[in-house]
Ligand binder design. Structure first.
Ligand SMILES: NC(=O)c1ccc[n+]([C@@H]2O[C@H](COP(=O)([O-])OP(=O)(O)OC[C@H]3O[C@@H](n4cnc5c(N)ncnc54)[C@H](OP(=O)(O)O)[C@@H]3O)[C@@H](O)[C@H]2O)c1
Length: 178
């Protein structure tokens, strides 16, 4: 499985249930990487989307202890699905079942963990590729991603040239599990 995240210099990812930075090119990068993929997210991350709505043209698997299985689980339109599950294991099983039943061309690498902090931390052992936008700034944060630079089981495999938006410098990087 993959994950995709935007981090600041101390691996901060959010504050007050919102993102730390808003970079249009990074949003576009996220949309391109995850289009027609299977996404796994925590309930608070779904709540943070506009209108609390699932992302279009993607399968949105949402982990929540509070929901009953099946509640609010729906095909939103032909290409958009919202599925609630109660645990990390159930999210992983559901993602693989969807691939097995619908998309023989898809692999484990078409499953993207998209946050937030609690889900990244819990699912990191199942992730082999982290797509990380590194934003060169330090901002107050209450949600963090595990620091892959100081984790010996991870290495940065590639990084784009530096880009800039309204004075914020950022790079699109990929980390691989060794
Ligand atoms: N920078 C980025 O790329 C990025 C990406 C995504 C999110 N974020 C940020 O991350 C922050 C949110 O992170 P967060 O950790 O507070 O919230 P979260 O991980 O999005 O959601 C937490 C919720 O997920 C459910 N959950 C978590 N672990 C579970 C488990 N083991 N079993 C069952 N349910 C579980 C619970 O839902 P219930 O309460 O419903 O039971 C829990 O309250 C926000 O600031 C957001 O903007 C940043």
């Amino acid at each position: 499985m993959k994950c995709i995240v935007n981090v600041t210099n101390d691996w901060g990812i959010g504050n007050g249930n919102g993102l730390l930075v808003n970079i249009p090119e990074d949003m576009k990068w996220f949309r391109t990487q995850t289009r027609e993929k299977i996404l796994i997210m925590g309930r608070k991350t779904l709540d943070s989307f506009p209108g609390g709505k699932p992302l279009k043209n993607r399968v949105n698997i949402v982990i929540s202890r509070k929901r009953e299985n099946g509640e609010n689980t729906a095909a939103v339109d032909d290409k958009t699905r919202l599925i609630y599950v109660k645990s990390i294991d159930e999210a992983i099983d559901t993602a693989h079942e969807i691939i097995d039943e619908n998309w023989p061309d898809y692999t484990d690498g078409d499953i993207f963990v998209i946050g937030g902090a609690s889900i990244y931390a819990a699912m990191l052992p199942f992730i082999d590729t982290a797509i990380v936008t590194k934003t060169d700034t330090l901002l107050p944060a209450d949600a963090f991603f595990p620091d892959l630079d100081s984790d010996p089981s991870w290495e940065m495999s590639e990084c784009s040239e530096e880009k800039e938006y309204e004075g914020l410098k950022f790079r699109f990087c990929t980390y691989k599990r060794k």
